[in-house]
Design a protein around this ligand. Structure first.
Ligand SMILES: *[C@@H]1O[C@H](CO)[C@@H](O)[C@H](O)[C@H]1NC(C)=O
Ligand SMILES: *[C@@H]1O[C@H](CO)[C@@H](O)[C@H](O)[C@H]1NC(C)=O
Length: 246
């Protein structure tokens, strides 16, 4: 099992290589969310176009085979089946809009499941995804609107992704009770055609100033005096990762 620190550095490497523009841009951007996985580097070998979640790549004969990709949307690839639900492992998350890239060392040739965050409808619609384990692993509760509880993840939310331009207010208890925090999805990925993905990644609830498991309900919109900027959290995480490298 890999340590949390190695995950963080791997994630950083992936995000940096994408934002540094070392990726090839496909000619045409599209609003269709998909993940085209290739067995070889630089989009070579056999490929398969995933349009939705795949909990077990054995089913398409690609377990531990994907080494490069072209994608649209915010996708996570996991070292183990079922999004690492049974066994924690590496997770690589990349935002892209028809960009192609090689997978980072942490995930190349190791992917056993994959899924996206965000709405199944518009690519940049307002949406939230909550996960039962840190780093977007395990069970999920998701939606596009206010909710009095967090369903199967009640008491168990450990990481969060918000997408689109709208903010969300998370409450520590059901029915909008307890402490609250307004989360602003102000990280941004710009596609080559000028379209944007707005999002916020929170690897654990500590990044929201909450304790693990501490989201019990949510309201669409910003209704708390405590405001957390996803971009500020990302910058702080990257600074901590580089300090660890030095
Ligand atoms: C949420 O999604 C449903 C369909 O899944 C859609 O009908 C509805 O308009 C969406 N709501 C918002 C606020 O986007
Ligand atoms: C979103 O939730 C609010 C409050 O529960 C409700 O009034 C509204 O109709 C919902 N919007 C959609 C598009 O479902």
């Amino acid at each position: 099992m890999k340590s949390f620190a190695s995950f963080s550095l791997a994630l950083l490497a992936v995000l940096v290589s994408v934002s540094a523009g070392k990726t090839e841009r496909a000619a045409k951007a599209t609003s269709l969310r998909h993940y085209m996985g290739y067995t070889g580097p630089s989009q070579t070998g056999v490929h398969f176009d995933f349009l939705t979640y795949d909990a077990d790549l054995n089913l398409v004969g690609l377990d531990n085979q994907i080494r490069s990709a072209c994608q649209a949307g915010l996708w996570m690839v996991y070292e183990n089946i079922e999004y690492n639900y049974f066994e924690p492992g590496n997770v690589c998350i990349v935002p892209a809009l028809e960009d192609c890239f090689d997978l980072s060392a942490a995930c190349s040739g190791m992917v056993s499941s994959l899924r996206y965050a965000g709405s199944s409808e518009g690519m940049n619609d307002d949406f939230y995804n909550m996960y039962g384990a840190i780093n977007y692993q395990g069970l999920e509760f998701k939606g596009n609107n206010t909710s009095r509880d967090v369903g199967i993840l009640q008491g168990d939310v450990s990481s969060v992704i918000v997408s689109g331009t709208g903010s969300w207010t998370f409450y520590t208890d059901r029915e909008f009770n307890g402490a609250s925090v307004c989360v602003v999805p102000d990280s941004k990925y710009l596609g080559s055609d000028g379209t944007a993905l707005n999002y916020g990644l929170f690897q654990n609830l500590g990044e929201l100033g909450l304790s693990d498991g501490g989201i019990g309900s949510l309201i669409k919109g910003c209704f708390s005096d405590t405001v957390v900027s996803a971009e500020a959290v990302r910058a702080k995480r990257e600074a901590a990762a580089s300090a660890g490298l030095a």
